[in-house]
Design a protein around this ligand. Structure first.
Ligand SMILES: [Zn+2]
Length: 128
């Protein structure tokens, strides 16, 4: 999966704005290239957890459909931990058709995305 540079910049700005809480959203695009960030409210408002608001998820799906885009990944930030899935992230990553991207603000800025199957990482890509 490729992520356009302007999208990466947007994720960083969003994550820094939402810190110390986690930020989250969908990465939309076509083919295997992410062209847009769709930010969603973290209704947990927590530094260690995130949950999408169902109304945001429906709105995101509608937005993607109307603009001919696909949801390529779900992303969230780790304000104070590395860019790798927590045990909870692995447990909640139940959609095998998308990737899971994690932007870390811990010890520099890092962005990795993962394919997760049955609670295990089967592929990792470094984007930043
Ligand atoms: Zn996480």
């Amino acid at each position: 999966m490729k992520i356009e540079q302007h999208v990466i910049q947007e994720l960083i700005e969003q994550a820094q704005k939402d810190a110390p809480n986690e930020s989250c959203g969908y990465l939309l695009g076509t083919g295997d290239t992410v062209t847009e960030n769709y930010w969603m409210e973290n209704i947990d408002h927590s530094p260690e957890h995130f949950a999408f608001a169902p109304k945001d998820q429906f709105a995101a799906l509608r937005y993607a459909r109307e603009h001919g885009l696909k949801i390529l990944a779900n992303w969230h930030s780790h304000p104070a931990s590395p860019s790798r899935p927590s045990q909870e992230d692995l447990r909640l990553a139940n959609d095998p058709t998308i990737r899971y991207a994690i932007l870390s603000l811990h010890e520099g800025i890092h962005l990795n995305s993962f394919a997760i199957r049955n609670g295990e990482v089967v592929d990792k890509e470094e984007h930043l």
